[in-house]
Design a protein around this ligand. Structure first.
Ligand code: DGJ
Length: 722
C-alpha cells in the first residue's frame, strides 16, 4: 500500500515501511519495521534544512533512491548517461509523484505480477531532454517491494546510457556484511559472506548470463543488537552487478542492475529504456528475508498455472546413456522406469541432426532417425503409450559449424569478420538478436513440440558470449531475444513444462523463472556436493524450482560414494528425478527406487510447495538439516544430512522447524526406506524445541572407508490432532 502524506510517500508492505521524504531527489527517512500512519512526519523534515547542498542526490550523506553521473556524488551512482555531444552531467530533478498507479509493463522483459499498489516518481533533466520514471510496487501478502526505472528521450538528439541500475538503497553508517552466492560449473551458489568495509564491494557477471560465478540474489546484514537484513534479486538473466559502496562519511549504498560492463546503449529521440525489475525486502534476520524471497518467487514470479502444479518424477537420459542410445535402449529404460513409479521420460542431448558427440548438429532440430531407428513422433507415441510423459532436450541459442543450419546460414552464427571465433564446447552462439533467427527457432521448436506432443522441454545453453560485435548493446539485446523466444513459446504451449538449464546452473535467476518454473540446478549430481549447491540455491529460490536427480555412485563427477537412500534424501530437497541406467540395476535397487517414488508421491505436495525452513547446522558444520512444512502445518518432512562424523562423537539432535507447536504429530524416523521406521507420537513443541536423536548415522564401515560419503535421516510428521 502506498500513501502520500504531505511531504512524504509511505510505502507499506505487510510488516515493513519504506518512508520517503519528497525533495528534488526523494530521501529515505526510514526503511525497516512497519511504522504507524500519522497525519504528518514533521520531525523527519530534518534533511530539508541542510544548507551544504552540492548535489541533488547525495549531500552530507543524505540517503536517496536515485543518484547519477555529474551530480557531485563522490561515490558510485545509479545512472550514467552521455549526451550526443559528450556531456556526462545529469541534473535530474523530481517533477511529479504519482500514487495509486499500475506497475509499468516492461518493454521486452518479464516481471513480477499481482502487485497491490504502485508509486511512480517522475524526474526531468532539461539539458538532456530526459525523463526518468522510477516505480515502487507493493504486494498484499508479501514484504517484497519491486522497483525499476524507465529512461525516456523526449528531445531531438540521442543520448547514451553507460549505466542504468534498477535499484538503489542508502543506509546509515554501520558494520555491514554482504552475502553472495558464488561458484563455478559444478560448484554453483556457495554462500559467501564478506565484511563490507570502506570502499566498494561488487559482484558481477560478464558473459551474458546471470552466471554460476555469482547469482543476482544477495543479502546485506548489519551487525548489532537490532536485527537488520536486506535481500535483493533481479528479474534478469544477463550480466548483472550488485554493488555495496561504503564510506565513513556517507554510509552504505546498495545497488543492483544490469552490469554496466561495455554498456553504451543509444536512446534515440522518442525511445525509452526499461531496466529489469529489482525486488528487495527487509527483515530482522537473514533467514527471514530468505523465507520472504522464496515465497514471493513462488507467488509472484513463477508462471501462475505452474505455481501449484505437481512436478513429475523424471528419468533423464543424459548421465544414463550420454550420446549412446537407440530406440530399443530407450524403450527398455522407459519400461523399467514405468514399473518403479517414474512419470516423465526425458530424452536429453543426442537425438537430432547427426549428433553422437558434442561437435555437431546444434541448430538442426530434427530427429536423427538413423540413430533412433524411428521418428521422434513414433518414439514419443511409444513412451506415451507406456503411460509416461515425454520430454525432450534442445539448445536453441547455439549453432555447430557441422550442421545443416550453418551450411545454409553461416551468417547466423555470432562471429566478427577478421576475428578468429572462439569455440566453447565446440559451438558458436546463434545470433538470436536477429528476428529472422528467432522466427526460424520458434518454427523449428514448435515442430518438435507438435510432432512429439511433448509435455516437457529442457532448454539448455552451454556457452557465454565472446564475440562482441555491437558491444554496447549486445549483452542486453541478447537477453531480450531470449525472453522473446520464451515468451512466444510458453504462450503458444502453456501446458508444456519448460525447464531451463545452462551447463547446469549458469542461469538460475528470476528472469528465467518467469518462463521456466524449474531449473536444472547443477551438472554435479554427486549427493555430497549437491548438499552445498542446494543449500545455497534454496536460500533464495523455492524448492519447486530446484531440479535435483539421483545419479550414479561413485559419482561420475567427484567419485564420491553415496548410498541410494542418501542420494534420494538430498534429491527430494527439490524436484526429484533420476539419471542412471535403471535397466542395469539389481532388482533390490529397483525395489528401493519403487519405495522412493511412492514416498515422494505421498509427500510431494509438502516437499514441492510447502514452506522451507533452515534447521540446525550448515554445510560448514558438516551437518545440516532442513524442514519442509505444508502450508496448513498438517504434514512436514525434516531431513538431516551429516557430511562427516568424527569417531566416537555423537551427532546432535535435529530440531524440527515450522510445525504447529500445539498440535500432536505422528512421527516416523527413516534411516532407510527399506527398513521399518522408528515411529512415535509427539507434541509439536517437543520436536521444535527438543528435537529428535539421530544416534550413529554412519556405520563403522563407511566411517573407516572415509569415502567422502554422507549419511542422512528423514523425519516425517503427520498431524493427528490440532
Ligand atoms: C549440459 C546439461 O547441464 C546436462 O544436463 C546435459 O543436458 C548436457 N548439457 C547435454 O549436452
Amino acid at each position: 500500500m502506498v500513501k502520500r502524506i504531505n511531504n512524504f510517500v509511505k510505502i507499506d508492505t505487510k510488516n515493513t515501511t519504506l518512508l520517503l521524504r519528497i525533495d528534488s531527489i526523494p530521501e529515505i527517512v526510514h526503511y525497516g519495521k512497519k511504522l504507524s500512519d500519522a497525519d504528518d512526519y514533521p520531525f523527519w523534515e530534518y534533511g530539508k534544512n541542510y544548507t551544504m547542498v552540492s548535489s541533488a542526490s547525495d549531500y552530507c550523506g543524505r540517503k536517496c533512491i536515485l543518484s547519477f553521473s555529474g551530480d557531485a556524488n563522490n561515490r558510485e551512482t545509479m545512472l550514467h548517461a552521455v549526451s550526443f555531444d559528450g556531456n556526462g552531467s545529469l541534473r535530474l530533478r523530481l517533477k511529479e509523484v504519482k500514487v495509486g498507479m499500475n506497475k509499468p509493463i516492461l518493454n521486452g522483459m518479464p516481471s513480477s505480477y499481482d502487485c497491490e499498489d504502485t508509486v511512480i516518481f517522475v524526474y526531468e533533466d532539461v539539458a538532456f531532454s530526459m525523463i526518468v520514471e522510477q516505480y515502487f510496487s507493493t504486494f498484499t501478502d508479501s514484504d517484497v517491494i519491486a522497483t525499476g526505472i524507465r529512461v525516456k528521450n523526449v528531445g531531438t538528439q540521442e543520448f547514451y546510457l553507460r549505466r542504468a541500475f534498477s535499484m538503489q538503497l542508502d543506509f546509515d553508517n554501520g558494520d555491514y556484511s554482504a552475502t553472495a552466492f558464488v561458484g563455478n560449473w559444478m560448484r554453483e551458489r556457495k554462500m559467501k559472506k564478506t565484511d563490507i568495509s570502506v570502499g566498494c564491494t561488487t559482484f558481477s557477471s560478464f558473459l551474458g548470463h546471470s552466471s554460476n560465478v555469482v547469482n543476482p540474489f544477495v543479502l546485506c546484514t548489519k551487525k548489532g543488537k537490532k536485527g537488520f537484513s536486506i535481500a535483493s534479486n533481479l528479474v534478469y538473466s544477463g550480466n548483472h552487478k550488485e554493488l555495496f559502496d561504503c564510506s565513513v562519511h556517507h554510509g552504505l549504498r546498495v545497488a543492483t542492475g544490469i552490469n554496466d560492463f561495455m554498456l553504451n546503449y543509444k536512446i534515440a529521440p522518442n525511445a525509452s529504456f526499461d531496466t529489469p525489475e529489482a525486488v528487495f525486502t527487509y527483515g530482522d534476520t537473514e533467514e527471514n528475508v530468505c523465507f520472504t524471497m522464496r515465497s514471493f518467487t513462488q507467488e509472484h514470479i513463477l508462471r501462475k498455472d505452474w505455481v501449484q502444479k505437481p512436478r513429475a518424477i523424471a528419468i533423464n537420459t543424459w548421465e544414463t546413456f550420454l550420446f549412446q542410445f537407440d530406440k530399443a535402449k530407450l524403450l527398455e529404460l522407459c519400461d523399467t522406469a514405468k514399473r518403479i513409479g517414474i512419470e516423465l521420460f526425458v530424452l536429453d542431448d543426442g537425438w537430432f541432426g547427426h549428433r553422437d558427440d558434442d561437435t555437431t548438429s546444434l541448430g538442426d532440430w530434427f530427429a536423427n532417425e538413423k540413430k533412433l531407428g524411428c521418428t521422434i513422433e513414433d518414439l514419443a507415441k511409444e513412451i506415451h503409450a507406456h503411460g509416461l510423459q515425454f520430454g525432450i532436450w534442445i539448445e536453441p541459442e547455439m549453432i555447430s559449424e557441422d550442421s545443416e543450419l550453418y551450411k545454409t546460414h553461416p551468417d547466423w552464427a555470432m562471429t566478427i569478420e577478421g576475428v578468429t571465433p572462439l569455440y566453447v564446447r565446440n559451438q558458436l552462439v546463434l545470433d538470436i538478436t536477429k528476428k529472422e533467427v528467432r522466427d526460424y527457432l520458434v518454427k523449428q521448436i514448435s515442430q518438435v513440440i507438435e510432432e512429439s506432443q511433448t509435455d516437457y522441454i529442457k532448454w539448455d545453453c552451454n556457452r557465454g558470449i565472446s564475440e562482441l560485435k555491437n558491444s554496447g548493446v549486445l549483452f542486453h539485446d541478447y537477453v531480450l531475444a531470449v525472453y522473446d523466444l520464451f515468451d512466444r513459446l510458453t504462450k503458444k504451449y502453456p501446458n508444456v513444462l519448460f525447464e531451463s538449464c545452462a551447463s547446469g546452473g549458469n542461469r538460475f535467476d528470476l528472469g528465467m523463472l518467469c518462463y521456466t518454473p524449474q531449473i536444472w540446478t547443477s551438472d554435479c549430481t554427486d549427493a555430497r556436493s549437491r548438499v552445498f549447491i542446494q543449500e545455497g540455491t534454496i536460500k533464495g529460490y523455492p524448492l519447486s524450482t530446484v531440479s535435483a536427480h539421483v545419479a550414479y555412485s561413485p559419482s561420475h563427477h567427484t567419485f564420491n560414494k553415496t548410498s541410494l537412500q542418501d542420494r534420494f534424501a538430498v534429491a527430494i530437497q527439490g524436484v526429484l528425478g533420476y539419471e542412471l541406467n535403471l535397466t542395469a540395476l539389481p532388482q533390490s535397487e529397483l525395489d528401493e527406487i519403487s519405495l522412493q517414488t511412492s514416498f515422494y508421491k505421498k509427500w510431494r505436495n509438502t516437499l514441492q510447495f510447502g514452506d522451507f525452513y533452515e534447521g540446525d547446522g550448515s554445510s560448514d558444520d558438516k551437518f545440516i538439516s532442513w524442514s519442509v512444512v505444508s502450508k496448513d502445518k498438517a504434514s512436514a518432512v525434516t531431513t538431516g544430512v551429516c557430511l562427516q562424523q568424527d569417531y566416537g562423537v555423537k551427532l546432535p539432535k535435529i530440531r524440527v522447524s515450522g510445525i504447529d507447536e500445539n498440535a500432536t504429530y505422528k512421527v516416523n524416523v527413516i534411516r532407510k526406506l527399506t527398513d521399518v521406521p522408528e515411529s512415535f507420537t509427539a507434541k509439536g513443541d517437543l520436536l521444535v524445541n527438543g528435537g529428535v536423536y539421530l544416534g550413529d548415522l554412519y556405520d563403522m564401515k563407511t566411517l573407516n572407508e572415509n569415502s567422502n560419503s554422507i549419511a542422512s535421516v528423514l523425519i516425517t510428521m503427520e498431524r493427528i490432532n490440532a
